[in-house]
Each structure stands twice: as structure tokens, then as C-alpha cells.
Design a protein. Structure first.
Ligand code: NAP
Ligand code: GLV
Length: 310
């Protein structure tokens, strides 16, 4: 297969090409450059690809996205309708994102954030023991990442609920499915963790109405997309005390503008879209397996459903 690697922002493109070539020695793999495009590529491995890719490479049949989320890709104006888009399934990100959620949950449930403050004042004061039943976790999304996040908290004996479109089960967690069950899911959640894909159905789902249905003194962890969050509703919920705090990894505008109020907010912790980063070896291994399967005319997993948009 004639395979290209195309990305506007990937920091180590040559490394991806090197590992891909190692995994697929009989395929031709090159770093795509619009100035020397041949128009012959059949498949592309991409992360935020250049806008002109689809016009310059009209024979593309498969697009392997280096991330799990395809929301930005699906908005690209020249994206051909018949192109098969394959997203990364975990790629080493699910464990990282479970760690991310655990880190921020423990800062609240175990009081590690407060201990850090106390240390600044040389203050020795032991907080009461954590009662896990007072920290029920609700995970929005039960896919590759949501299931891993939920399982971690199940293993630590927190009460866990998961909410997905179809009510997908995760062992040890209470499963909720579809919009009619969202209220019941939220009503039993204090730590709300979002790992939904961004679609027309989920856009703006982290809003005042959602926050109001959570348990009192709730905490938000958004590891998915900035478009899920109504920013003004979050600021109002923090101001009113409806939410005790939030950890945010993704934003509508990235990098987050320096003038944005989130930067200096005392109850917001933010990270630069780093909750989960696709690992080269694992991701390449997965893509190579799929390319070989396609060569044998076998079906592959991870194909994006254009109607559902994930
Ligand atoms: P996935 O395997 O496709 O899982 C998506 C889950 O969301 C599924 O459980 C699905 O329900 C559920 N869902 C979709 N639409 C829904 C709706 N309208 N209502 C309720 N549930 C809905 O995706 P994934 O690999 O876990 O990744 C999830 C997202 O995480 C990505 O799209 C991306 O935005 C984000 N992400 C962020 C980072 C980061 O570093 N910040 C890294 C990786 C991924 P069903 O199971 O019923 O289909
Ligand atoms: C990262 O945000 C991803 O979607 O993989």
C-alpha cells in the first residue's frame, strides 16, 4: 500500500514514519509534503492534517487518525464522503486518562490539595478518613477510555456509574443508557468525568442543567473536548458553589488564550490537552495490524460511523 504520514502539529513525524516503516517493511511510507505530493497515496496516517491533503491526494481510501476523537477531522471542508476513517482504539491513552482522573479525584477525596495548601503554612492537621460512598463517580462515555476509567475506580471501591448511548456495561459499575437516563445518572454522581466524543448530541452537555442535577459539592473532570463545556455555566457554578472545582484538559480554542479567565481561577486546574497521548509503538502496531487485515480483505475495528460521528 502507498502510505503517507500527514500532520500539521505532530512534534516527531519522522519517528512515526520510521516505526511505521519498521512495522510494514513491504509498504512504501513517506512523510507527506504538499510541495512534492504525488497524488498516489492510498492511505494516510494523520493528526490534524493539512487542509490541502484531500485535494492533492485523490486516491486516498483509508485515513488512520492518530487520536480517538475525530470531531475536527469530520469538520474538514474537503473530506471525501467515501473515505474510510479509522480512529485509534486506546493506543496507550486509556491508562493515562484513568491516571489523570485518579490524580484529580484524589486531590479532592483524599484532601491532597488541602495538604499542599497546609504545607505552605507549615500546618500539621490530619483530615478525616475518606468515606468512598461520599465520592460517587460518574463517567460519561463507556468506550475504550470510559470503560478503563470506570474500572480503575471500581477497583478502588468507589461507587461508579457509567452513562453511554446504548447503556454499555462495565463490570462493577452501574450502567445507564441514553438521554432518558441522564438525570438518574447525574443524580447519583458527585465526581463527573467526561470522556464522550464531541458530536452534535454531546456538544454543550456540560452545562448548568447538568451541573444542577449532580450531588451537592460536585467536581468536574473534562478530559474530552472543550466543545462539551459551556464555559460561562462552569464559571457560574463555581461562583455559586454548585461545583467545588474542575479539572480541564481540552478547550474550544487551543492553546487556551492567555487572557482566558480559566488560567487564574483558584478552583480550576488545567492541562494543555495532555490527559492521553497516543503512544508511538502501540498505535503503530495497531495501525499495521489493520493495514495487513485490509490487505487480506478482512473487516477491521475502529471504523468511524459517519452518521453517529464517532
Ligand atoms: P469510544 O470508544 O468511541 O467511546 C465513546 C463512548 O461515548 C461510547 O461509550 C458511546 O456510547 C458514548 N457516547 C457517544 N455518544 C453518546 C451520546 N450521545 N450519549 C451518551 N453516550 C454517548 O471513544 P474513546 O476512545 O473512549 O474516546 C472518547 C473521547 O475521549 C474521544 O472522542 C476524545 O474526544 C476524547 N479523548 C481525549 C483525549 C485527551 O487527551 N484529552 C485523549 C483521547 C481521547 P456507546 O458505547 O453506546 O456507543
Ligand atoms: C485526543 O484528544 C484524542 O482524541 O485522541
Amino acid at each position: 500500500m502507498d502510505l503517507i504520514f500527514a500532520s500539521r502539529h505532530e512534534s516527531q513525524p519522522q519517528e512515526w514514519v520510521r516505526v511505521l516503516q519498521q512495522a510494514l517493511p513491504s509498504d512504501s511510507i513517506r512523510l507527506w509534503d504538499p510541495r512534492s505530493a504525488t497524488g498516489t497515496a492510498q492511505a494516510a496516517v494523520v493528526w490534524e492534517p493539512p487542509a490541502e491533503l484531500f485535494q492533492r491526494e485523490p486516491h486516498l481510501k483509508y485515513l488512520f487518525n492518530l487520536g480517538a476523537g475525530v470531531d475536527a477531522l469530520l469538520q474538514m471542508p474537503d473530506l471525501p464522503q467515501d473515505l474510510t476513517i479509522v480512529r485509534v482504539e486506546d493506543g496507550g491513552m486509556a491508562d493515562q486518562m484513568a491516571e489523570y482522573a485518579l490524580y484529580y479525584l484524589l486531590k479532592e477525596s483524599r484532601g491532597f490539595g488541602r495538604y499542599a495548601e497546609q504545607q505552605k503554612q507549615s500546618r500539621w492537621h490530619r483530615l478525616a478518613a475518606t468515606q468512598r460512598e461520599q465520592w460517587p463517580v460518574g463517567v460519561m462515555g463507556a468506550g475504550h477510555i470510559g470503560a478503563r476509567v470506570a474500572s480503575l475506580f471500581v477497583g478502588l471501591n468507589y461507587p461508579v456509574a457509567v452513562w453511554s448511548r446504548t447503556g454499555r456495561a462495565v463490570a462493577g459499575a452501574q450502567a445507564y443508557g441514553g438521554d432518558p437516563s441522564l438525570g438518574a445518572f447525574l443524580a447519583q454522581t458527585r465526581v463527573l468525568i467526561n470522556v464522550l466524543p464531541l458530536t452534535p448530541e454531546t456538544q454543550g452537555i456540560l452545562c448548568q442543567r447538568t451541573f444542577e442535577q449532580l450531588r451537592p459539592d460536585a467536581y468536574l473532570i473534562n478530559m474530552a473536548r472543550g466543545g462539551h463545556l459551556i464555559e460561562s455555566d462552569l464559571l457560574a457554578a463555581l461562583e455559586s458553589g454548585r461545583l467545588r472545582g474542575a479539572a480541564l484538559d481540552a478547550f474550544v480554542h487551543e492553546p487556551l488564550p492567555v487572557s482566558h479567565p480559566f488560567w487564574a481561577h483558584p478552583r480550576i486546574q488545567l492541562t494543555p490537552h495532555a490527559a492521553g497521548i497516543s503512544l508511538v509503538e502501540q498505535t503503530v502496531h495497531q495501525i499495521a495490524d489493520k493495514i495487513r487485515a485490509l490487505g487480506r480483505r478482512e473487516a477491521i475495528s475502529g471504523v468511524v460511523d459517519r452518521t453517529r460521528q464517532y
